[in-house]
Design a protein around this ligand. Structure first.
Ligand code: BG6
Length: 613
């Protein structure tokens, strides 16, 4: 999951590419590089480490100006992070350069053939094989055809951009299984792995499909198939503006995105929830899809990471309120465990990016077996949203921080809409109870805003425990997934700390053995039918001198005596508590990581969307 960029136009290419790469750095940040086509031919600069190290090197030793270039920020898959393995990679004669996101599975085979043909390889990467393959084929055919022929020989996934001094008025790009878009500006054009990279210049984009090849000139793209057949393309104007891809005064994207949750939830409810009429609706495609579902349809939710925890909350809601049988699977297991799939199953794929490889493979497997696919996704035009039968978009805006926050609460909001829509359609809920939940949903953005107002109190609690190195998170029912999510947030952004989320009732079957004096345990204890059970779990931990950090409903006088540190959240129906409780869990993790000086937006070894297996 690297970030790639291509530019052709009138602006200074070096700055334009470095700026665009900075908007993609959440995709990978162990090394970076840029290639510029200028009077010197193909000039390349690469550095190990964050993009700012490359930018500093270019500042110290400027590249000769030009108007055509490609760039890359890397998350290593083949070959350790090093300057030689950083992209761009060139052919033997340095006449062309490529940047690539994905994995070329048959690279060793192709490399052996090319070495036998006299090519000299410099790196350990799979990507370099593309440059030499095009070089080899271009000996006998024009560059554009050589590029297409090379792509035909590649097995695996790729989003790739290529420039060549033989053809200074065009750059080339193509995708298969990895995201690539085209940005169309005024007398300039871009390739990019994701929309935020081009928002400074344009909101007009073309989402590419697999096996589409693009010749890009300053006046725009020409699309063909791998065989050179022309392909029509659609230009889409994205809703996101450039501010959404900036920190806007926050020290980290994560903190900004935590504070954007009231708006993200509001936008996800917009035009779907009418609390005056007491109605929930969706766009026609999604509504038709849902209305056609047979009464005995079963759901399988598949997802990864934080989206998996949203899926677990969805399971509880859909089973309890819509009475639909639901199982939840990690997509990486689902795709290989031989799941029972048939026409009576709808697979719900939950994904922020819409590009996660395991989830994408999961929906393809489902479709192969005749199952239907509903995606809950945050990125329009992404692979999963395009391959699903229907899509329930979360409108959280671009999520830049690697640790997911606003997409998570927007995903649960979408699952709430789905649950209440199906519960009503299937007459599963008494009207009064349904109305109560609809009113709660309508109030949710304000409720979350109120939860954010406890930021200072949460920061103080985080400071108290910032030096701890082990945490448990415990919860029951809807807040068992919250416990898992709380632990994941802390682990993601503060790699000094081990944290584990657990079903509170499971404690006594093992993990309780580790509890000793001062060991911090975060309890999710808002008002719920299992409140008393959680209290008993707190007492079990207190009996072993564990330190209890309790997240409870405001106005709960009773619980204070059980807590070493108490964090209160607005009182809501338990149905809404996973969203409201997410706020203190996110802020707690944020401030513990901040107190430990962690790289919060770009934690080591992680990336925003995992597009390779
Ligand atoms: C990880 C991200 O790589 O992928 C997580 O760091 C995310 O934040 C997970 O939850 C799943 O990604 P997605 O895009 O499919 O929701």
């Amino acid at each position: 999951m690297c970030g790639i960029v291509g530019y052709i136009g009138k602006a200074d290419v070096t700055n334009t590419i470095l700026e665009a790469l900075s908007r993609l750095e959440y995709r990978g940040y162990d090394s970076a590089g840029i290639a510029v086509l200028n009077g010197k031919g193909v000039e390349i600069r690469k550095r190990v480490g964050k993009l700012k190290i490359l930018a500093e090197a270019v500042r110290r030793q400027p590249m000769k100006s030009g108007h055509v270039g490609i760039g890359h920020t890397r998350w290593a898959t083949h070959g350790e992070p090093s300057e030689i393995n950083a992209h761009p990679h060139t052919d033997c004669s340095h006449a062309l350069a490529v940047v690539h996101n994905g994995i070329i599975e048959n690279y060793a085979e192709l490399k052996a053939q090319l070495v036998a043909n006299g090519h000299t390889f410099r790196s350990q990467t799979d990507t370099e094989v593309i440059a030499h393959l095009v070089e080899e084929l271009a000996k006998h055919t024009p560059l554009d055809r050589a590029f297409r022929q090379a792509l035909k020989q590649l097995k695996g996934s790729y989003a790739v951009c290529l420039l060549s001094k033989q053809d200074p008025h065009r750059i080339f790009g193509a995708r298969n299984g990895s995201p690539l878009i085209v940005g169309i500006g005024d007398g300039e054009a871009f390739f990019a792995s994701d929309v935020p990279a081009v928002l400074e210049h344009t909101r007009r984009v073309v989402y590419l499909n697999d096996f589409e090849v693009v010749e890009l000139s300053a006046s725009g793209p020409t699309l063909t198939s791998l065989d050179g057949k022309p392909i029509k393309h659609t230009v889409v104007t994205v809703r996101w503006d450039v501010a959404s891809a900036r920190k806007e005064g926050f020290p980290h994207f994560m903190l900004k995105e935590i504070h954007e949750q009231p708006t993200a939830i509001e936008q996800t409810l917009l035009n779907r929830l009418d609390d005056v009429k007491g109605a929930i609706t969706f766009d026609r495609r999604t509504k038709t899809f849902l209305d056609k579902l047979p009464a005995d349809e079963k759901f399988i939710i598949i997802s990864c990471g934080t989206a998996y925890h949203a899926g677990l909350v969805g399971e509880y809601m859909l089973e309890e309120f819509a009475r639909i049988p639901v199982t939840v699977d990690l997509a990486s297991e689902f795709r290989y465990r031989g799941p029972m799939l048939d026409r009576g199953i709808t697979v719900i794929a939950i994904t922020q990016s819409g590009e996660t490889a395991d989830t994408l493979a999961g929906i393809r497997l489902a479709k192969q077996h005749g199952s239907k696919v509903l995606a809950i996704c945050n990125v329009m035009g992404s692979s999963i949203s395009r391959e699903a039968d229907a899509v329930l978009y979360t409108h959280a805006g671009p999520e830049i921080a690697v640790a997911s926050t606003k997409a998570y609460t927007a995903q649960i909001t979408a699952l709430m809409l789905l649950t209440l829509y199906l519960a009503k359609r299937r007459k599963r809920l008494p009207a009064a109870q349904w109305r109560l939940l609809v009113d709660g949903l309508a109030k949710l953005p304000r409720t979350v805003q109120r939860a954010l107002e406890s930021e200072d109190a949460i920061k103080a609690v985080a400071a108290k425990y910032a030096s701890a190195r082990n945490f448990y998170y415990l919860g029951r029912r809807y807040n068992y997934p919250s416990a898992l999510e709380g632990a994941l947030k802390l682990k993601e952004i503060c790699p000094l700390i081990h944290a584990e989320g657990y079903a509170a009732g499971e404690m006594k079957h093992g993990p309780i053995s580790l509890i000793r004096k001062g060991w911090p345990i975060v309890f999710l204890a808002p008002q719920s039918p299992v409140y008393e059970k959680v209290i008993s779990n707190i007492e079990e931990v207190r009996a072993r001198k564990g330190e209890c950090i309790v997240i409870a409903s405001e106005g709960d006088e009773h619980i204070a005596r059980y807590a070493d540190s108490l964090i209160t959240i607005p009182k809501t129906d338990e149905f809404f508590s996973p969203i409201v409780a997410a706020i203190p869990l996110q802020l707690f993790a944020y401030y513990v990581a901040d107190a430990n000086g962690c790289d919060i937006d770009q934690p080591p070894n992680l990336a925003k969307s995992v597009t390779v297996e």
